[in-house]
Design a protein around this ligand. Structure first.
Ligand code: EPZ
Length: 418
C-alpha cells in the first residue's frame, strides 16, 4: 500500500519524458487477439493496468511475454476468459469481447471493473455487436456475444471510447462493411486504427464521428509503438501550472492537448510548443471554467488535476463534468485540505486562492490520486497521501519520481509500520 509524503514544492524545473499512453496500449493489446501472428508493442509503460491486461489476454489463451518495455502477444488457442477476478481488475477487460466474438463466434466475458467514477454500463458495446448480427447481451455478470459477424450500420447513443474501440475491432474481421456513426474521436481511437491498418485492416474515418470498416479475412501481427500519454502529460502540465517554474515535457503531443493548453494559457501559464514537446513556465493565476466533453473537448481524465490548479488560482471556477456521474470524489479531500469547493451533481464551484494545509488524504481513483499528489505540493505542512488500492500506479509510471525529478519534495513508503 503506497503512502506518499508530500511537502511544499513551490518551483518545478527541468525535463521529464512522457510515457506511451495507457489508454492507447490497452485497446491495442486487446486488438492483438485479432491477429494470426505475434504482435510486439514497444516502449510499453510500467503500469499495473498493463500487467492486468496481460493477465486478461492470458486468460483468453494468448501468450504474453514481457522483455523490458517490449510486450509480445501471440495467440494460440483463443477461449473466453473464466477468471472474473482478473476481468474485474480494470475497465479495459471488456475490450476482448469484440475480438473474441470476431475470431471465434462465441464470447462470454465477465463484466469489467474500473474506477468507481460512475456506473459504466456496456449497453452501447452490446447494441453495436447486435447490429453486426451477434446475439449480444448481459447475462449473470457476463457480457455475451455469439454469432458470425456481418457488416452493419451502427449509431452510438454516446461517443463511447470503449464501445468505439470494441466495435472497430469486431468489424475489422466481420463479413462486409460496417459504418459507425457518432464514433469517439479520441487520439487513442486513431492509434488503435493505425495499428489495425498496419495489421491489414481496411478502416476509413478514424478520428472523425463516422468510421467505416471493410472486414477482411485475417489480420497479421506487427511491431508498434503507441502514442504518448496525453493524460500523463496533462497531469504534469497541471503540476507545472501550480508552481512557479519551467519544465519541458519531452515527447508530449500538444495537438492532443489543445483544450487543456487553452485553459492553462487563459489562467496565465506560458506554454511553448516545439519539436521536443511542451515547455511550461510561470503559474496559473486566474480562475477558469471547465466543462468536460468528448474529444476534442476538455478531457474528463484531467478534470481532477485541473481542479487542483483552480484551487490555487484566485477567483471562482465553475466545473461541469458531463462524461461521468461520480467524478468529484477528489473534491472531498481537497476541502479537507482547506479548499473552498461546492459540488452539486455534475457541477462544482471552486473559490480558488484559499491556502491549503497538509493532512492525511486517500486516493479514491486514479486521477483523483494524482490531483491530491499535486495538492500536497502547494499545501502548507506535510501531506500523507494513502493509496490503499494502488490506484496511482494503475495509470502513472512512478508519478512521484517524475515530480521529484523536477524538484518536488515527495517520498513514497509502503505504508507498513516501521
Ligand atoms: C475510456 O473509458 C478511458 N479508459 C477513460 O479513462 C476515459 O475517462 C473515458 O474513456 C472517457 O474518455 C480507457 O481508455 C481504458 P466511455 P471508457 O465508454 O471507454 C457511458 C482513466 O482515468 N457509457 O467513453 O469506459 C459511461 O458510463 C480512465 O484513464 C454508457 O452509458 O469510457 C460514461 O458515462 C477513466 N454505455 C460515458 O459513456 C456504454 O456502453 C463515457 O464512457 C459505454 C459507456
Amino acid at each position: 500500500m503506497p503512502v506518499y509524503t508530500i511537502r511544499p514544492s513551490l518551483s518545478l524545473r527541468g525535463e521529464v519524458t512522457v510515457n506511451t499512453s495507457k489508454n492507447a496500449v490497452l485497446p491495442i493489446m486487446a486488438a492483438a487477439l485479432l491477429c494470426n501472428t505475434p504482435v510486439t508493442l514497444r516502449e510499453v509503460p510500467e503500469l499495473t493496468d498493463v500487467d492486468s491486461m496481460a493477465r486478461v489476454l492470458s486468460a483468453c489463451g494468448a501468450k504474453v511475454e514481457k522483455s523490458g518495455r517490449e510486450l509480445t502477444i501471440s495467440v494460440r488457442q483463443l477461449l473466453s476468459p473464466r477468471d472474473a477476478a482478473v476481468m474485474r481488475r480494470l475497465r479495459a477487460s471488456v475490450l476482448v469481447l469484440g475480438p473474441l466474438c470476431a475470431r471465434t463466434g462465441e464470447a462470454e466475458v465477465p463484466l469489467p471493473g474500473g474506477c468507481a467514477i460512475g456506473q459504466r454500463p456496456i449497453d452501447i458495446h452490446l447494441r453495436g455487436l447486435k447490429a453486426m448480427g451477434a446475439e449480444a447481451a448481459q447475462e449473470n455478470n457476463l457480457a455475451v456475444a455469439r454469432g458470425r459477424l456481418t457488416g452493419g450500420s451502427i449509431y452510438l447513443d454516446f461517443p463511447s471510447v470503449g464501445a468505439t474501440e470494441n466495435l472497430v475491432m469486431a468489424a475489422s474481421l466481420a463479413h462486409g462493411v460496417t459504418r459507425i456513426e457518432n464514433a469517439a474521436k479520441e487520439p487513442e481511437i486513431i492509434d488503435l486504427c493505425d495499428f489495425l491498418i498496419r495489421c491489414g485492416a481496411r478502416i476509413l474515418g478514424a478520428g472523425t464521428g463516422t468510421i467505416v470498416i471493410d472486414g477482411v479475412r485475417q489480420l497479421n501481427g506487427t511491431e508498434y509503438t503507441p502514442i504518448p500519454d496525453r493524460i500523463e502529460a496533462g497531469t504534469l502540465a497541471c503540476a507545472a501550472a501550480l508552481t512557479e517554474g519551467s519544465i519541458l515535457l519531452s515527447g508530449a503531443r500538444s495537438d492532443h492537448l489543445r483544450a487543456l493548453l487553452f485553459k492553462l494559457r487563459e489562467s496565465g501559464v506560458l506554454v511553448q510548443e516545439d519539436a521536443r514537446g511542451l515547455c511550461l513556465r510561470g503559474r496559473a493565476r486566474r480562475a477558469v471554467d471547465v466543462r468536460t466533453l468528448s474529444y476534442p473537448g476538455f478531457p474528463t481524465d484531467l478534470q481532477a488535476p485541473m481542479m487542483t490548479v483552480c484551487c490555487k488560482a484566485k477567483g471562482q471556477s465553475v466545473f461541469l463534468e458531463t462524461i461521468f456521474e461520480n467524478r468529484y470524489m477528489h473534491a472531498v479531500s481537497l476541502c479537507r485540505m482547506g479548499a473552498d469547493i461546492r459540488t452539486e451533481g455534475r457541477m462544482a464551484v471552486v473559490n480558488g486562492g484559499q491556502p491549503l494545509y497538509g493532512c492525511t488524504v486517500e486516493a479514491t481513483d486514479l486521477r483523483a490520486g494524482a490531483a491530491l499528489m499535486l495538492a500536497g505540493m502547494i499545501a502548507e505542512g506535510q501531506t500523507e497521501l494513502v493509496d490503499e488500492a494502488g490506484h496511482i500506479d494503475r495509470g502513472y509510471e512512478r508519478l512521484d519520481q517524475k515530480l521529484a525529478q523536477l524538484g518536488a519534495d515527495i517520498e513514497i513508503s509502503d505504508g507498513k509500520p516501521r
